[in-house]
Ligand binder design. Structure first.
Ligand SMILES: NC(=O)c1ccc[n+]([C@@H]2O[C@H](COP(=O)([O-])OP(=O)(O)OC[C@H]3O[C@@H](n4cnc5c(N)ncnc54)[C@H](O)[C@@H]3O)[C@@H](O)[C@H]2O)c1
Length: 273
């Protein structure tokens, strides 16, 4: 029981990696606040947790007023917060965004393996609207800031806590998703800056930069894109969300007591920094 007596809040825990983190934390004794956009999504995960270990709270992390209200509810319910996992995220800002890129990305894979040079251009950045850019930054980067700000206010009372931010290998730049890459790079820089700032309060801040994980987010990839990805991954598979949850458990627990401002990358060898 690595998280006995701890209260943890996991954003976007109605699906994928966040759900797996909530399950793992609860198994380790934590009481888990399961956040997602809708109560229905959050309740689904709570229903999978051991009795009394979970509580659903709906909030859009990109809305600072909703985030503040959620943390006030956490304070009323538990009077403390020990762990925050900033996990909520989106792979695209609007329906259909990916389907347009997928075709061109597939064509490029075929051109690359043919060895005759790449003549299909992705042209994502020059065609991106303000709305698509802003939504991506709002959910990932603003959401991480809003939740961290509220969490620090609670954690500073006890001068103790751990924050885990979901960045990505996209922080190093992933083609076709400049907005996602910028958001994830921003999260990594934010992690490092805040880690230095709050270390004197005994609050640790670390990031996870996963490679490709088998969740609804990666379902948007075409079969050809997946094949090409696996061919470039030494372990030749995607990860199960539970493998990221194990990394989150390490960074959230006292096992990582001398880690702050760091990133860990469960990625099967795809990116070796
Ligand atoms: N799946 C991957 O390969 C991968 C790789 C690297 C990083 N990540 C990151 O891991 C995190 C989880 O991704 P996932 O693959 O589990 O995705 P997912 O789509 O399975 O789950 C994301 C969850 O976040 C919720 N969410 C979205 N916007 C929200 C908002 N504004 N407020 C609250 N909740 C919101 C969604 O409703 C959903 O339940 C994301 O930050 C993602 O960028 C994923």
């Amino acid at each position: 029981m690595k998280l006995e007596d701890k209260v943890a809040l996991v954003t976007g825990a109605g699906s994928g990696i966040g759900r797996a983190i909530a399950l793992r934390f609860a198994e380790e004794g934590a009481r888990v606040v399961v956040n997602d956009l809708t109560r229905e999504r959050a309740e689904k995960t709570v229903g999978e947790l051991p009795d009394g270990r979970g509580r659903a709270m709906a909030a859009d992390v990109s809305d600072s007023a909703q985030v503040r209200a959620m943390f006030e509810a956490v304070e009323r319910a538990y009077g403390q917060l020990d762990i925050l996992v900033n996990n909520a995220g989106i792979g695209s800002s609007r329906p259909g965004e990916w389907s347009e890129v997928r075709q061109r990305a597939d064509a490029r894979v075929m051109e690359a393996v043919s060895g005759q040079g790449i003549t299909t251009h992705l042209d994502v950045t020059m065609n991106m609207t303000d709305e698509v850019w802003h939504r991506m930054i709002a959910v990932h980067l603003n959401g991480t800031f809003y939740c961290t700000r509220e969490a620090l206010r609670l954690m500073s009372r006890e001068n103790r806590g751990a924050i885990v931010n979901l960045s990505s290998i996209a922080a190093w730049g992933l083609e076709a998703v400049p907005h996602y890459s910028a958001a994830k790079g921003g999260i990594l820089a934010f992690t490092r800056a805040v880690a230095r700032e709050v270390a004197s309060r005994n609050i640790r801040v670390n990031a996870i930069c996963p490679g490709y994980i088998d969740t609804p987010m990666t379902e948007a990839m075409s079969p050809l894109m997946k094949k090409s990805l696996l061919a470039r991954t030494p372990m030749a598979r995607m990860a199960d969300p539970s493998e990221v949850a194990a990394t989150a458990l390490f960074l959230a627990s006292d096992e990582s007591s001398f880690f702050t401002g760091q990133w860990l990358s469960p990625n099967g060898g795809l990116f070796i920094g």
